[in-house]
Ligand binder design. Structure first.
Ligand SMILES: CC(C)(COP(=O)(O)OP(=O)(O)OC[C@H]1O[C@@H](n2cnc3c(N)ncnc32)[C@H](O)[C@@H]1OP(=O)(O)O)[C@@H](O)C(=O)NCCC(=O)NCCS
Length: 398
């Protein structure tokens, strides 16, 4: 049967405030965070009949305990979606939610789904990075990768070694700018509209309400210069130029463009192309460069066509490697206009949808921009990029 590929649109995205691992969500279950996001998506889009949701794909890196049990299915049930709505769990480490989005997009494009929910959750307080992993000894014994490839901060140090033009001072300045941009975005009320408040309970402190990210902080180049380099003596990667360890969840609504129009759902972004690649695991932060090349090629675009960038800031050095590759200035206003993971936090498998949600807001504010890009590096040496088109584009300029 011949069939046409259908346009896939990003309808809406939300996230919880991101907490510090062991911070405000210490006594909150991981699955409750993502359930909160799914419920909020349904509340914000009442024109969507719940039984029209065809799939719920939820990512988590550590799929055990309250992040296990096929979390997409259990979160769908616990969100109050009809029992007829299926769901599944997904893992591509930091790009879990991004992969959830591209997976359901594939299903929408080929007609298997009309509407789907994709998101991610990571409670790094309850499930520290590497919990329960048992790497096959052959990985090291057969020198498939250097042992440093399994420690993300060490891969960032390795990237600094390969790219000596990216100094610690540059990485610190990038980290400082991320904090400053996020502080301004908060003051201007840019981040709050897509944040769903989360009820908190603490045995010691009683009830509370999370309404803002916990990680952003005031800092300065002087303070940043004094921080320890935990991944290597006299290294360059510090808590100030790396994303932290965080708890949080995200969820997004995707649909075929025709279904969105039929149901009166907003069209915030149109998916253009995506690319995932593998790179040397020792320098995993390099990944977004070839994944962007791949996504651009598939779209028939060049980097000059991209007017807005939402890059995950796992480490300043990996964003700077990307910017250097494309000849983009460290403080280019098109890049992460509201700061990034260094300030906001990076609950691994949830972050991809945060990038997309923010890009959707930028698109609404920038009708002069036609294309934008979300990209992230991924553990064990990968990169992922999704290119989006702005439906508000006024056709005047890029
Ligand atoms: C870098 C890392 C090891 C730091 O962990 P940590 O030591 O628990 O971090 P903290 O928040 O306690 O910060 C360490 C110190 O720096 C200080 N600090 C952190 N950020 C700061 C900033 N922007 N300005 C000034 N001081 C800062 C803290 O106050 C703390 O000081 P203290 O030791 O006097 O209490 C951790 O965040 C990490 O592993 N990040 C990478 C996560 C990762 O790999 N993600 C996956 C990516 S692929």
């Amino acid at each position: 049967m011949p069939r046409e590929v259908r346009e896939v649109v990003f309808v809406d995205g939300v996230r919880t405030p991101f907490g510090k691992a062991g911070g405000m969500y210490a006594e909150t279950r991981a699955d409750d965070l993502v359930i909160r996001c799914i419920r909020e998506l349904m509340r914000r889009n009442p024109q969507l009949p719940p039984d029209r949701v065809d799939e719920v794909a939820i990512a988590a890196t550590t799929q055990i305990g309250d992040q296990g049990l096929t979390i997409g299915r259990t979160a769908a049930l616990l969100s109050g979606l009809p029992k007829t709505v299926p769901g599944y769990a997904i893992d591509r480490m930091c790009a879990g939610a991004m992969t959830a989005v591209t997976n359901v997009a594939g299903g929408i494009a080929m007609g298997a789904y009309d509407v789907a929910i994709a998101g991610g959750v990571e409670h790094m307080g309850r499930h520290p990075m590497g919990e329960g992993v048992d790497p096959n000894p052959r990985i090291i014994a057969e020198k498939l990768v250097d042992p440093s490839a399994l420690v993300m901060g060490s891969t960032a140090e390795n990237l600094h070694d390969r790219l000596p033009g990216i100094t610690k001072e540059r990485a610190d300045r990038y980290g400082l700018n991320s904090q400053l941009k996020t502080a301004k975005a908060y003051a201007d009320g840019k981040l709050q509209p897509d944040m769903v408040p989360v009820a908190l309970r603490s045995a010691e402190q009683g009830w509370g309400l999370a309404t803002a990210d916990e990680a952003p902080r005031e800092t300065s180049m002087e303070k940043l210069a004094t921080l320890k380099t935990p991944f290597r003596p006299h290294g360059r990667v510090t808590a100030g130029n790396a994303a932290g360890l965080n708890d949080g969840a995200t969820a997004a609504l995707l649909a075929s463009e025709e279904t969105a129009r039929e149901l009166g759902l907003p069209v915030a972004m149109r998916m253009v192309s995506y690319g995932f690649v593998g790179v040397e695991p020792e320098i995993m932060g390099y990944g977004p460069i070839p994944s962007t090349e791949k996504a651009l090629k598939k779209a028939g675009l060049t980097i000059d066509d991209i007017g807005l960038f939402e890059l995950n800031e796992a480490f300043a050095v990996q964003v700077l490697a990307f910017l250097d590759h494309y000849g983009i200035a460290d403080d280019d206003p098109r890049v992460n206009p509201w700061g990034g993971a260094i300030a906001i936090g990076h609950p691994l498998a949830s972050s991809g949808v945060r990038l997309m949600t923010q890009l959707a807001r930028h698109f609404a504010e920038h009708p002069e921009v036609r294309y934008g890009l979300t990209a992230m590096c991924i553990g064990i040496g990968m990169g992922g990029t999704v290119i989006w088109e702005n439906p508000n584009w006024d056709g005047e300029a890029k």
